[in-house]
Design a protein around this ligand. Structure first.
Ligand code: BDR
Ligand code: CA
Length: 308
């Protein structure tokens, strides 16, 4: 089985992506490293522990960065709930977080699974940037790196130009995108092209499983927010990245391009600038997911929710 390490900031769509990973027999989850992002670190860690508990998954959970590298950034509690899981007041998880810092765990696990590791980043890239600063050889040991982030034609979701994960910590994203020789990217614009009808999601959530029942509860608030703001379709960004990670054959269109992170600018901070014409002289090191088989994507989600 392929060793899988997920860096995440749960987060309602992170939770759906994690359910997909928990349900995949081809991958072995070796750890969850947690950052602040959607909400503060105390919540993202607690949410990860709780989700593992509900699902009977014993993968270790490591706490990492509580803030971006340089500049404080507002969270997304207005989307995911103040606690990141819809403020449903779930019972405290019985399990505890590991003592090791997430950045150190990433490095250790990269050695233990050198050349085989699938690394998936579903939140701001702070933990991975810290790991890279401690040991710049990290990319040599990662077999594949999948990132959810960016808005490749600058139609962002947090500013007009930028997507949340990159905007939250642009300096970290810059470090990470400069360091890895190759990144598979699921950006916000691909997410918008792969929404689900709200009624359909409701139907999936009726599955007779503890996972579906828990997910129904924690996602209700954000689905209502989304229906109000974004119309008929619900968009689960991290779930698309996870589909690309777990089942890359479902990708039907991928474009290889050079990509840079904008750090400055009054309007552009956190934007992902793609050299679409390929004339900038930089190597095309990012494989941008443009289209994924929608039926296959929905099948992965339904199966993850229905799993016992
Ligand atoms: C990304 O930002 C977060 O709010 C989601 O969890 C996802 O990772 C989408 O822009
Ligand atoms: Ca996320």
């Amino acid at each position: 089985r392929i060793p899988l390490l997920i860096d995440t900031d749960p987060g309602v769509d992170d939770a759906l992506a994690l359910l997909m990973a928990f349900n995949d027999p081809r991958h072995e989850l070796v750890g969850l490293t947690i950052a602040a992002g959607n909400v503060g670190l105390e919540h993202t860690v607690r949410n990860a522990l709780k989700l593992c508990e509900v699902c009977g998954v014993d993968a270790p959970v490591y706490a990492g960065a509580a803030a971006p590298l340089l500049h404080p950034s507002p969270d997304a509690g207005y989307v995911h709930g103040r606690d990141g899981f819809g403020d449903v007041g779930y019972d405290a998880p019985a399990r505890a977080v590991e003592a090791e810092h997430a950045a150190l765990a990433i490095l250790r696990l990269s050695h233990e699974h050198a050349g085989k590791l699938l690394l998936v980043a579903l939140g701001p890239l702070t933990n991975i940037a810290l790991a890279l600063k401690l040991d710049p050889t990290l990319p040599e040991r990662v077999a594949r790196f999948v990132v959810m982030g960016g808005a490749v034609t600058c139609r962002g979701n947090i500013t007009p130009a930028a997507e949340f994960n990159i905007y939250f910590d642009p300096e970290a994203a810059h470090i990470v995108f400069e360091a890895f020789p190759h990144i598979d990217l699921a950006d916000w614009e691909a997410v918008i092209a792969h929404g689900f009808l709200h009624d359909e999601v409701e139907r999936w959530l009726q599955a007779d499983s503890a996972r579906a029942r828990f997910y129904q509860r924690i996602s209700e608030k954000t689905r209502l927010w989304s229906a109000d703001r974004r119309g008929d379709h619900w968009h689960a960004a991290d779930a698309l990245a996870m589909a690309y990670a777990l089942d890359p054959d479902g990708a039907t269109e991928v474009l290889d391009r050079a990509l840079a992170i904008e750090l400055d600018g009054r309007h552009g901070r956190g934007a992902t600038i793609v050299d679409w014409r390929g004339e900038g002289g930089e190597a095309a090191r990012v494989s941008i997911l443009m289209r994924y088989d929608q039926a296959r994507f929905e099948g992965l989600i339904q199966a993850a929710l229905a799993a016992i």
